[in-house]
Write a protein that binds this ligand. Structure first.
Ligand SMILES: NC(=O)C1=CN([C@@H]2O[C@H](COP(=O)(O)OP(=O)(O)OC[C@H]3O[C@@H](n4cnc5c(N)ncnc54)[C@H](O)[C@@H]3O)[C@@H](O)[C@H]2O)[C@H](O)CC1
Ligand SMILES: [K+]
Length: 548
């Protein structure tokens, strides 16, 4: 365990962290959480009341740290399930620690069962205000005069859109300007998808129980949770380790050190098959990012007529001029040369700015089928092969695909809306069907492995939603592989470094005007920070929730 003093912002405390496989945190679905819960209760004989007590105590500890308890007033909203039960424990603990508390029930008190019932019955014997909410108006005054609100309305049991009185109360909470602590997950966020089910609490802090749920980590749910903490509520580590098809936070191992006698061939050789008339940026960003991320030898096979202008921006690239179609894209008769050259590479990248010319698409399909080296397919390359999944699944060498949601829709046959809603499941199916590593790009990009594992990446920022950003990602991934990381780790590391570079660019220049050029320019700093320790603020974000 490495201790980091996060408060020392002044000195821009650079943490010397070592990311290890053991430090990868699992994220679980609602069903997995329920199974863990059941196992703990039935096989380990941990009573439900003890799990709930652990949950409530952890939440009260966060209230104490963030707001303070003695002499403070809290309003606790409790729904009719166990999330509400956790709220009752918090109420008892706040009261015991010298705070004032009012508990508002959003369900018929007769309906509580099990541990929630037990805790409600305890509360009834204490001098704590327990009020059944009939209308939102009833709570307005208390909300205005409290120091903090605890949201224990819905947890993982949310199973339909939020409306009526629940919606009115959540709207009041969100408009109150008070500090809000959500228990397990902000009420209204779907635990499996991160979707907002009509309306959701905007929390300042969330304490999630057992393990983070997918909805705590995926957008838009992630942005509703504020600072995220996790309390393992005394589950043993083995139980939390989960299955091989698990969802994990992206935390790849370090890139191997550069040998003192490194030469350009020993830190990776990549070929980029990219570019067409009017697409000057994509090939240049892709091929240059490979070098800026530490790769050794970057070759760019682009239409011959484009090369003089690209060369002005990237003289470090080695060019392989290609014959072109009348439209200025790569022509089919480059096939043999590209295939022969590909055989000598560590990795081939195909797609950035290739255009959707029919002849070029046919060339891509033929190359995808025959290139016997690790192949990263991006952009127009994905569109060219999307209708022929067997070309990818039957490849003899590994394949990486880096789709944005629109390209993912083409690859998976699902709509963009479906992909937003069920990102993890669709990614798992697509990666398995295509036998490929699939990077679904977006806020918190997802990396899906053919065996069903999914890594959620936490680096990056909205400023990176800019043209050319994806081209920089391709070269970054290829560079990680060229420098010796195993393929899966290289993809995970490339995604992390790309986001880190964007975060450093945002820190230096502000998020709004970041361009692909900025992400490219910050790659060397990103590599350095990844080796020596990222700034404390970023480290905290990338490490995921703090464990209580
Ligand atoms: N290991 C753990 O994670 C532990 C979790 N705990 C807490 O328990 C909740 C889950 O409890 P559950 O009873 O299954 O569900 P909820 O409390 O979230 O609520 C279910 C309740 O709400 C109704 N409902 C659902 N959606 C709506 C809606 N849109 N509108 C109105 N009503 C709705 C539903 O019908 C039920 O009545 C977990 O999140 C943790 O906080 C344990 O305390 C400790 C172990
Ligand atoms: K909640």
């Amino acid at each position: 365990m490495i201790f980091i003093d996060f408060k020392d912002k002044e000195r821009r405390n650079f943490c010397r962290e070592k990311r290890t496989k053991e430090s990868v945190m699992r994220v679980c679905s609602v069903q997995e959480m329920r199974a863990m819960d059941r196992y703990a209760i039935e096989h380990l004989a941990i009573p439900e009341e003890i799990l709930m007590e652990n949950a409530g105590l952890a939440a009260a500890a966060v209230l104490k740290r963030e707001i303070g308890i003695p002499g403070r007033k809290f309003v606790i909203f409790c729904g009719g399930g166990n999330n509400g039960g956790d709220g009752f424990v918090v109420a008892r603990k706040v009261f015991s620690d010298g705070g004032t508390v009012r508990v508002f029930l959003l369900a018929d008190p007769e309906k509580f069962r099990g541990a929630a019932r037990t805790n409600l019955d305890i509360l009834k014997r204490l001098p704590i205000d327990l009020i059944s909410v009939e209308s939102a108006e009833q709570v307005r005054c208390d909300i205005r005069h409290c120091h903090g609100i605890v949201d224990a309305i819905f947890g993982t049991g949310l199973d339909r859109p939020v409306g009526g009185l629940f919606k009115e109360v959540i709207d009041l909470i969100n408009g109150s300007g008070r500090k809000v602590l959500s228990l397990d997950i902000p009420s209204g966020v779907n635990g499996d998808t991160g979707e907002i089910m009509g309306v959701a609490v905007q929390a300042d802090f969330t304490v999630t129980f057992g393990l983070p749920k997918i909805g705590n980590i995926l957008y838009p749910g992630f942005s509703r949770g504020g600072k995220l903490h996790v309390c393992h509520i005394s589950f043993p580590p083995d139980l939390q380790a989960g299955t091989s098809r698990g969802v994990l936070l992206n935390n790849p191992p370090p890139v191997p050190p550069r040998n003192l006698d490194a030469h350009k061939g020993s830190v990776g050789e990549a070929l980029f098959i990219a570019g067409a008339a009017n697409y000057f940026g994509a090939p240049c960003f892709a091929a240059l990012s490979f070098l800026k991320a530490g790769g050794g030898y970057s070759r760019l096979a682009a239409p011959a007529s484009m090369i003089p202008s690209i060369a002005q921006r990237g003289g470090e690239i080695v060019f392989v001029p290609q014959r072109e179609t009348a439209a200025g894209s790569l022509s089919g008769d480059n096939f043999e040369e590209l295939l022969a050259l590909s055989a000598k590479m560590d990795m081939v990248v195909i797609g950035p700015g290739l255009s959707l010319e029919e002849e070029t698409k046919s060339l891509v399909r033929a190359l995808v089928q025959d290139i016997a080296r690790p192949l990263l397919i991006d952009g127009d390359g994905i569109t060219a092969v999307a209708s022929r999944p067997e070309l990818i699944s039957e490849r003899k060498a590994p394949t990486i695909l880096t789709p944005h949601p629109g390209e993912m829709a083409r690859l998976s046959g699902m709509s963009i809306q479906d992909i937003r809603r069920e990102r993890i499941r669709i990614l798992q199916e697509t990666a398995a069907n295509l036998r490929a590593i699939v990077v679904l790009k977006g806020a918190h990009s997802l990396i899906g492995m053919p065996d069903g594992r999914v890594f959620i990446n936490l680096s990056g920022n909205p400023g990176m939603a800019t043209a050319g950003s994806g081209d920089v990602l391709t070269g970054t991934i290829a560079a990680m592989y060229g420098q010796g990381l195993p393929l899966e780790d290289a993809v995970c590391k490339g995604v992390l470094i790309h986001g880190l570079s964007g975060d450093l660019a945002a820190e230096a220049r502000g998020e709004d005007g970041i361009t692909a050029q900025d992400i490219l320019n910050f790659l060397p700093e990103a590599r350095k920070a990844d080796r020596e320790g990222v700034p404390a603020e970023l480290f905290r974000r990338y490490s995921g929730p703090e464990i209580l």
